[in-house]
Design a protein around this ligand. Structure first.
Ligand SMILES: [Zn+2]
Length: 461
């Protein structure tokens, strides 16, 4: 390409020759793949979290593309006997069919593996974080989205699926990296020869805004953090409410919801609306949380406010300052400390997160409290860990005295046995508080609070 460009320049500017020669047309990016909105989710059927909004955006002439992190091969199958990889192949077709009902055909799958846990770090490890990031950065450069929509990266009481969180983490990383020519440079290099088999000839692309939707039960901390769209408004194109278009699209997911979809056949239109727009369905409004905008615009204004056609310069996110830590300390580790670092390094310190941190777990079972024990002093320290637990809960391991050598950070882990829930207990109970305290030399050096809700069923921690 570079050589080709040079020769064109030469032909155009060589005196006396320009008028006589036809300039060669330089191949440019394929316009069929340019998108306005790139939705990044984890599993086939997750797109349902945004389909009412996508239907609206498509009505307004926006172009939409979708990336799934996995094919959903660990899911249930209500439509047939197939499981695992075979089920993944079926769910890929279901996702394509669901989106085609809305008119969306640019749909891709990363090579992530459906991983049933609430721990984003396990999902990222199981997906192959680096490989999936490379794939997603490629798709951002290929589709050149103005806006990325994805799951909110954070941990909450709710389904809190680690894969959902992983899709939000990867989408955020890709938002910050796709515009950087030094990231995966082989993707943005021109070809060295005809039928180049290695270098991809994409261009860096900086998306303009990123919005999130949470995988959480609570709504309070997300209100007013982004735009809201009614799901009951009538679509110009289909003359149906947006929730109805979302439901029609969802009918493709037979493996995930055959019994639910069959039950719709027994309902009248009013019952269908009541069920589809109730809590847990497409309730009244579709809410987004603004992650960041590189083109201004008010937080709660329309997703496309301030967005003009054309590329914007690559912006390296500004790091928030590292909070100072005492020489001797204890803090919550695992996904919680990861997300604190993540928000800081992606200029997302505005992102809502619960304080104190929270999680919903299956009972009976085990609560694991991951810890960092920091000793930046010049001598070995003894740290005493104690846990204050609700009645009937017991610390199985991880409390007591621990020795941390000078200038070391050690990982700790308190495991707590969760009691059996009573037969007649509700599906969900009120969260209870767990407190972990650390002491050294008779002085308190840290205290952690965690709100834990016990459930009859939940994904593993
Ligand atoms: Zn999912």
């Amino acid at each position: 390409m570079f050589i080709q460009l040079l020769s064109i320049t030469f032909l155009l500017f060589a005196p006396g020759m320009a008028a006589a020669q036809h300039p060669t047309t330089v191949p440019l990016a394929d316009g069929r793949y340019k998108t306005d909105i790139l939705l990044v989710v984890a599993h086939p059927d997750d797109e349902g979290a945004a389909t009412p909004y996508l239907a609206r955006a498509l009505d307004e002439g926006k172009r939409v593309a979708v990336v799934f992190g996995t094919r959903g091969s660990s899911g249930a199958n209500e439509a047939g006997a197939e499981q695992a990889a075979a089920l993944g192949h079926i769910r890929e077709i279901e996702a394509r069919n669901a989106l085609v009902t809305l008119g969306v055909t640019n749909v891709w799958f990363l090579s992530g593996k459906d991983t049933a846990s609430q721990n984003v770090l396990q999902s990222l490890a199981s997906w192959g974080h680096g490989e999936c990031l490379e794939q997603l950065v490629r798709l951002v450069r290929l589709t050149r989205p103005e806006v990325i929509l994805t799951f909110l990266p954070g941990t909450f009481i709710g389904e809190d699926h680690g894969d959902h969180q992983a899709s939000g983490v990867l989408a955020t990383e890709a938002f910050d990296l796709a515009g950087d020519p030094a990231t995966f440079p082989e993707q943005v290099s021109g070809p060295t020869k005809r039928l180049e088999p290695f270098l991809e000839n994409l261009r860096p692309w900086q998306p303009k805004k990123i919005y999130y939707f949470p995988d959480a039960d609570r709504e309070d901390i997300f209100r007013g953090k982004g735009p809201e769209y009614s799901v009951k408004e009538i679509s110009k194109s289909s003359k149906q409410p947006y929730w109805r278009m979302a439901l029609e699209s969802f009918r493709a997911h037979q493996t995930q919801a055959k019994s639910f979809l069959d039950s719709l056949a027994q309902m009248d239109e009013a019952q269908i609306e009541k069920m589809a727009t109730s809590d847990g369905g497409w309730s009244d409004a579709q809410r987004f949380v603004l992650g960041k905008s590189l083109v201004g615009g008010a937080v709660t204004e329309d997703v496309f406010e301030g967005i003009m056609p054309g590329a914007i310069p690559f912006v390296r996110p500004e790091l928030a300052p590292t909070p100072s830590k005492p020489e001797l300390s204890m803090e919550l580790a695992g996904p919680w400390s990861f997300y604190a670092e993540f928000r800081r390094s992606h200029a997302l310190t505005n992102l809502p997160h619960p304080e104190p941190p929270e999680i919903a777990l299956q009972a009976p079972g085990t609560l694991v409290i991951p810890l960092w024990l920091r000793n930046q002093t010049g001598k070995t320290q003894e740290i005493m860990l104690t846990a204050t637990l609700p009645t009937g809960w017991s610390a199985q391991s991880g409390t007591g005295k621990f020795v941390v050598p000078a200038r070391q950070v050690a990982a700790g882990r308190i495991e707590v046995n969760l009691p059996t829930l009573a037969e007649n207990a509700p599906k969900k109970s009120d969260p209870l508080e767990v407190t972990v305290r650390a002491e050294a030399n008779g002085q308190a050096i840290g205290e952690i609070k965690l709100r834990v809700e016990l459930r009859k069923r939940a994904l593993p921690q």
